[in-house]
Design a protein around this ligand. Structure first.
Ligand SMILES: Nc1ncnc2c1ncn2[C@@H]1O[C@H](COP(=O)(O)OP(=O)(O)OP(=O)(O)O)[C@@H](O)[C@H]1O
Ligand SMILES: [Mg+2]
Length: 226
């Protein structure tokens, strides 16, 4: 079998708050294969965002290792880690974090430009993927000229345009009304499946979690199959 897109082994993470130490992750083992969509659920404060930040190489661990496509990522130097993140990972957050002064195409293209793709190719690929997420009529709109659902589609396009192996999403539809959330989420699942990506998605929404291949609950610092 291929190496998993994401493998976490023995992840521990604690935060110091004054004199108190909060142990958020107490030994997380997780493996997500390409083509697999995994829901990460758990009460507010259980550590879902912390886990996603670690899997996304945006936060350090106290103990344990993160492997991306079989490669140990925990010990990489900053530059190599940034490169791996740029080439292999895609992120979608609850709030889109699009740049307000740039159009949809420019926001998506920027993800490629950072990696050294030419402006012409980056713009072409950005347009292509924005058409795929149903925004062909909104290519030159800035975020304030888009609805919440449309903004989130641009954020999804931005996460996918670099052809990542692993998509990490932190309540990607948490800011949308129920009907829009359902539509955006279905699109999200369709794109992930079509591309054979691995996806780890934190959500509070049980209906959305039910659409994924597996559900894991984070409770008292460890993962439970749900
Ligand atoms: N940088 C930090 N410093 C101190 N404590 C932190 C830090 N980041 C997270 N925590 C604590 O770790 C715990 C887990 O936070 P986290 O954001 O991962 O939870 P979550 O499951 O994503 O919650 P939610 O569903 O509300 O988004 C919380 O108790 C939080 O206060
Ligand atoms: Mg969170």
């Amino acid at each position: 079998m291929n190496k998993p897109a994401l493998e976490l082994i023995g992840i521990e993470r604690a935060f110091r708050q004054g004199h108190k130490v909060v142990e958020v992750l107490r030994g997380i083992d997780l493996s997500v294969q390409s083509g697999e969509l995994v829901a990460l659920v758990g009460a507010s404060g259980s550590g879902k965002s912390t886990l996603l930040q670690i899997a996304g190489l945006l936060d350090q661990t106290d103990e344990g290792s993160v492997y991306i496509s079989g490669g140990e990522a925990t010990t990489l130097k900053d530059e190599a880690r940034a490169k791996l993140r740029q080439q292999s990972l895609g992120f979608v957050y609850q709030f889109h974090h699009l740049l307000p002064d740039f159009t949809a195409v420019e926001n998506v293209a920027m993800a490629l430009r950072i990696g050294g793709t030419s402006e012409k190719e980056a713009n072409e690929r950005a347009r292509e993927i924005l058409v795929q997420v149903g925004l062909e009529e909104r290519l030159d709109h800035t975020p304030s000229e888009l609805s919440g659902g449309e903004q989130q589609r641009v954020a999804i396009a931005r996460a996918l345009v670099g052809d990542p192996v692993l998509l990490l999403a932190d309540e990607p539809t948490g800011n949308l009304d129920e009907a829009t959330a359902g539509k955006v989420f279905d699109l999200f699942v369709e794109l992930v499946r079509e591309r054979g990506l691995a996806a780890l998605i934190a959500t509070h929404d049980v209906t959305l979690a039910a659409k994924m291949d597996r559900r894991l609950t984070l409770r008292e610092g460890v993962l439970h199959s749900a």
